[in-house]
Each structure stands twice: as structure tokens, then as C-alpha cells.
Ligand binder design. Sequence first.
Ligand SMILES: Cc1ncc(C[n+]2csc(CCOP(=O)(O)OP(=O)(O)O)c2C)c(N)n1
Ligand SMILES: [Mg+2]
Length: 361
Amino acid sequence: MTGAIADPSGPTVESTEVADLTPERLRDAYRWMVLSRTVDERCLSLQRQGRIGFYAPLAGQEAAQVGTALALKPEDWIFPAYREVAVALVRGTPLGRVFDQMIGNAFDTSKGRQMPNHFAWRDQHYVSASSPIGTQITQAVGAAMAAQRRRDGIVTVTFFGDGATSSNDFHAGLNLAGVFQTPTVFVCQNNQWAISLPREQQTRSATLAEKGSAYGIPGVVVDGNNLRAVYTAVSEARRRAVSGGGPTLIEALVYRFGPHSTSDDPRRYRTDQQVAAAKERDPIALLRAELIESGDWDAARDAQLLERLRAEVATAFEASEAAPPVDPASLFDDVFLTPTPRLEEERREFAEREPMGGPRP
Ligand SMILES: Cc1ncc(C[n+]2csc(CCOP(=O)(O)OP(=O)(O)O)c2C)c(N)n1
Ligand SMILES: [Mg+2]
């Protein structure tokens, strides 16, 4: 699989063949990728219809996310940024839970207190999404230090973008990880943009992976559109980390097909032609072609899969949308074990208020 690594001059780590990607596992990966794209398209459309408030699209980054998630164990801990819905799905998050959080309904486990798309699920070892750029990186290293001391035999995995490699926390986190040889896998999804700032204007470094060498951390550049390549690189990084070999920085080369978020218009800083050229290496199309060529998939199955997933996504969303909203008065809960008199007073005032949108009927 060494051929799958994009830049042989950059990496300091050799890649070897990973044996356990059977046709069945590849098909499984493909289904996760198609599900993620289906959720992605749906969320963009729902936000445009005013049915969810915010969304950060992942289209183009499915192989990087699914390939990483499949190479991990359930006991590992994820420290995401804000674009990793595919990781949450592969970790076993039911669609309904994703949509409950997007809407902030009564079933949302975050109780409507987080931005849409900012999930946190303890049972999936998925730590709350970080919108402040890079903060999850130092958290992942701290948690890895704890795991190291407890001899848990797990890794922490943190996702961040190309732009985040210019953040303070990236450097502090990598330095600490290098010094203490923590079991951390740093997954930088280099999608070529930090909102409107292109990759070339972010740093003079030839690769982002090479930033690891300043901290004594091996860096690997991997073709993030290639599911096998990502899976291979992460599997090796994980194996090295749990056997005491320390952290790895993986740079997955991808391209963000959609807007930065639902608040952004990418046509103001890039051309449709650039996007079209990037889409020629669509990670889903690449894996589909590989599966079809090897006889492990066909057009009829593909159409069936898409139809089934679209229906599943639509049904799950409708159920979440039909659920009652979160009770606004619950915002006073979980602040203090014993609420202060002032908080109780605010709670009473809040209960007596006129609800937003006019007087009670
Ligand atoms: C500390 C901080 N500074 C600035 C921002 C505004 N901001 C939000 S996303 C973003 C770009 C991040 O780019 P990148 O790390 O490449 O991730 P991507 O969005 O491309 O996945 C910026 C600057 C922020 N959220 N936090
Ligand atoms: Mg980026």
C-alpha cells in the first residue's frame, strides 16, 4: 500500500500493506461514506429550508473520516472539530440522535445547549465538538497522558483542519505529545481552505505533516481521497501508539466540496472550475469504481443503497422534527448541585415570563 501515500518525500514513516480490508469491509466503508454524504446533502438542504440552524458540510472528506474511524477501537476517544459527522456515524451514533442534536429537541442529549452539529456522546467516546480552532488538540493530548498513566491501552484521536495547524494549541499539543510520547493520533484533514484562506497562504511549510518533525513526531502525508490509504496510515499510527511508540501526525489531503459552513458563500473566494477539478477525485466515486472493477459491487446495488439510505435519513429526520422542543426552563438545571438563591429567583422569574413570540394564549 505504500503507493497510496501521496508524498514519499514528506513522510518519515513507512507504510505497509494492511491485510484486513476484505471486500466486505470495503463495502462496509463504502456504505458509511454514502450514508455520510446523504446526511450531508440533507442537512444542507434542511438548513436552507430553515429546519435546522447550522451545519458544517463534510463532502469530499468521507474517506478521511470513515477510513480513520474504521481503523479505531470503540475504547479509543475521539476529539473532533466540527465537521466530523461521518466519524460520529461510524462510531455507532444512530441517525435520530444526530438529528435530535441538530434540532435541539427534547431528546437531544446535549439538552439544546450546544450549537447544532456540535455533538458529544460519552458512550461513543466522542468528546464535544470544538469550534474554537485547535482546542481539541491539547485536550486529546491530556486525555492520552491520562490513558498512558492508567495503562488503558487506548489511543486518543483528534481531528482538525489545515488552518488549525497555525493555532497555538496545535503547537502546544504536539510539543507535549512529543515530550511525553503520548498515544495520540493527530488527523489533519487538509481540505485546502481555512474558510476563505487557501492552504498556500497559511504557511511556508511544504507539507503540514512535516510540522511534526519540529516536535519529534513522525508525520505522514496520505491521499485522503483513498479510503485504503487513510485506513492504512491510521492503523499503523494506532498500532505504534498503543505499543509505546508515541504519537503520529497524519495529513490527509482532501478538498472541501461544499461551503465552509451554512454561513458562507465559497464563490466569493474560489471558482466553480476549481471545485469541479477536485470532484474528479471524489472519494466516494473512487471507492465505488474500485469495488465495481473488482466485481464486489454493481450499479443496481448502488442505486438500491442510495434509495434505502435516503429513505432512512428522511424518516429519522422527520421523527426528530416531530419531537417536542427542549424545555427552555431546563437551562437552569445542571449548573449547581445545590442551586444558589439567585439562580432560584431567576428560575421563578423565567417561569413567569411572557414566552417569546407574544403572550400565552
Ligand atoms: C480560535 C479561533 N479563531 C478563529 C475562528 C474562526 N474560524 C472558524 S473555522 C476557521 C477555519 C478553520 O480552518 P481549518 O482548520 O482548515 O478547518 P476546516 O474548517 O477547513 O475544516 C476559522 C478561522 C475560530 N472558530 N476559532
Ligand atoms: Mg481547512
